[in-house]
Design a protein around this ligand. Sequence first.
Ligand SMILES: *[C@@H]1O[C@H](CO)[C@@H](O)[C@H](O)[C@H]1NC(C)=O
Ligand SMILES: *[C@@H]1O[C@H](CO)[C@@H](O)[C@H](O)[C@H]1NC(C)=O
Ligand SMILES: *[C@@H]1O[C@H](CO)[C@@H](O)[C@H](O)[C@H]1NC(C)=O
Ligand SMILES: *[C@@H]1O[C@H](CO)[C@@H](O)[C@H](O)[C@H]1NC(C)=O
Ligand SMILES: *[C@@H]1O[C@H](CO)[C@@H](O)[C@H](O)[C@H]1NC(C)=O
Ligand SMILES: *[C@@H]1O[C@H](CO)[C@@H](O)[C@H](O)[C@H]1NC(C)=O
Ligand SMILES: *[C@@H]1O[C@H](CO)[C@@H](O)[C@H](O)[C@H]1NC(C)=O
Ligand SMILES: *[C@@H]1O[C@H](CO)[C@@H](O)[C@H](O)[C@H]1NC(C)=O
Length: 474
Amino acid sequence: MIFLICLILFIVPTIAEDNCNLGVINILNSTVIPESCKEILARVRISSGIQDAKLAEIFKNVRKIEGVLEIWNSDLIEITFLSKVEEISGDFLDKTLSIVNNSRLEKINISSLTIVNGMLRIVSNPLLNLRSNCDKLQQLYTSDRVINNNLDNCGCDIHQTITYTNTEIPENCTTIYGKLHFDGASPPYSWLKRLKTVTKLYGSLIVENTNLETLGFLENLKEIISDEDSANAILIQNNEYLERFDLLSLEKVTSKNPEAVITFNNCYACIDPQFVRVLVQSNLDVWFPQGGYCDSSKINYPSQYCNGSILDIPDRCTKYIGNIVYANPDAEYFWNEFNTTHVSSKVLEKLKNLEQIYGTVLFQGTDIEELLLPNIEEMYQISYSDSYSYPYTSFKELEVIKLVRNVNLVKFEIPKLKIAMQQIAFEGNGNFTVDSEMCFNMTLGMNSKFYIKTEGYKCYELLRLELEQKEQTN
Ligand SMILES: *[C@@H]1O[C@H](CO)[C@@H](O)[C@H](O)[C@H]1NC(C)=O
Ligand SMILES: *[C@@H]1O[C@H](CO)[C@@H](O)[C@H](O)[C@H]1NC(C)=O
Ligand SMILES: *[C@@H]1O[C@H](CO)[C@@H](O)[C@H](O)[C@H]1NC(C)=O
Ligand SMILES: *[C@@H]1O[C@H](CO)[C@@H](O)[C@H](O)[C@H]1NC(C)=O
Ligand SMILES: *[C@@H]1O[C@H](CO)[C@@H](O)[C@H](O)[C@H]1NC(C)=O
Ligand SMILES: *[C@@H]1O[C@H](CO)[C@@H](O)[C@H](O)[C@H]1NC(C)=O
Ligand SMILES: *[C@@H]1O[C@H](CO)[C@@H](O)[C@H](O)[C@H]1NC(C)=O
Ligand SMILES: *[C@@H]1O[C@H](CO)[C@@H](O)[C@H](O)[C@H]1NC(C)=O
């Protein structure tokens, strides 16, 4: 019996497929695709002598084309008959969809298409405006695509590793498809100038071994969408003269490769706080440059930030660059016996204004009873080493907040913190303990770049243990 069911299950789709296996087929007015064929197996060719309305009728039930679709030299003005097709899964090595030399074609609708494999070619359709299809085409075909010589292409489809020697960048490009790769001698200004108009880069940005001093020619670049085969969405290394990045408009970096990283290697350029935010919020792993944060002479919009003594910062300042350190050396050496360092309540009041801190907050052996950061949203410590060490001690692990042996501590609050680049750590703060409820509060819904360490345990571990215990008791 089971055998019979298997046999039927096996045979039925085969029969349907046979029926819908159309082979190489030139679609004519007289072509009929059986009503039952939601899926066809075919190399479909469409050329002159047929109109879109007729095609819509012929293809009205087709949702999937297993094969390729060629629309060449047709008289079509519109292609709407594809608007219900969901999948064109053709020959992996061939073009799944090619729309070439259609002299009257003005627009296409592929709004249902979600699965394709193979390549795309949309070429030499002089009246075709693809503007409204660009996002869709981008989702479907990232790299295996050639789109050019249409009335409006989806940006500058260069689709190769773009270097000064192999590529002429077209004028007025706002979107570039291709990997932007600088290696060796810097291109002349006339070439770099062409990049000033670029706002979107579908591909990676690699700058290595150049004598560039700035990447300011990309000052209008807003978004980098790195492709699936780039291991680095951004890679900047060995540029001896590079002092600043000047990617003034960059807002977003994403990658189609979930493993992709952002790497600055042998790079001592200082980094702008805003650039750090963009990189961290990309959710890709980032290896920051070794130059640290820029001082205000090199920062874009320096008046947005403050530094220096906490007591001197103006009340309107919400973005602080630097480490906020109140550390008592005796608390390092004399574990149990030390006189606490007094921290003025004015300091603690000032901290309440801050929304972003580019550095670490450290209280060690002080007399504070509470640390309340009601407005803090983002904290970024980008050093790998103990560069924020203060006299008498250094850390192996880095933190954005570290509270050590503040024996009177009873309260700690960070209700708005969304992103912490590095850990939050507690150690021997009197009777203050971080329990799983607090861990839960601090980690819930937070960015994955948020770590909490408490008394040697990570909050996540605490939460995991608690979950395990709950499961065991159930
Ligand atoms: C198909 O039909 C259209 C209009 O219905 C007609 O203009 C065209 O010539 C026909 N093509 C062929 C190849 O018969
Ligand atoms: C494209 O086709 C879909 C599905 O048939 C339809 O809902 C949509 O309105 C069409 N888009 C345009 C711009 O005509
Ligand atoms: C498109 O037209 C050009 C020039 O007429 C021709 O060389 C080419 O083969 C045509 N391509 C297709 C796919 O028909
Ligand atoms: C580029 O833009 C400038 C200024 O808008 C315009 O004068 C020029 O003709 C454009 N070039 C091309 C090739 O479209
Ligand atoms: C704050 O920044 C200015 C400008 O970069 C710098 O000159 C000054 O030394 C900094 N102050 C402190 C205390 O770091
Ligand atoms: C704490 O302060 C008192 C008074 O100044 C002093 O006598 C004592 O030695 C200090 N203790 C430590 C451990 O430094
Ligand atoms: C910590 O707890 C102990 C024992 O309950 C108590 O004697 C001590 O006063 C507490 N310390 C503070 C700072 O609350
Ligand atoms: C956790 O968050 C809830 C809701 O915001 C709050 O009532 C509670 O006091 C918090 N608990 C701790 C330990 O922070």
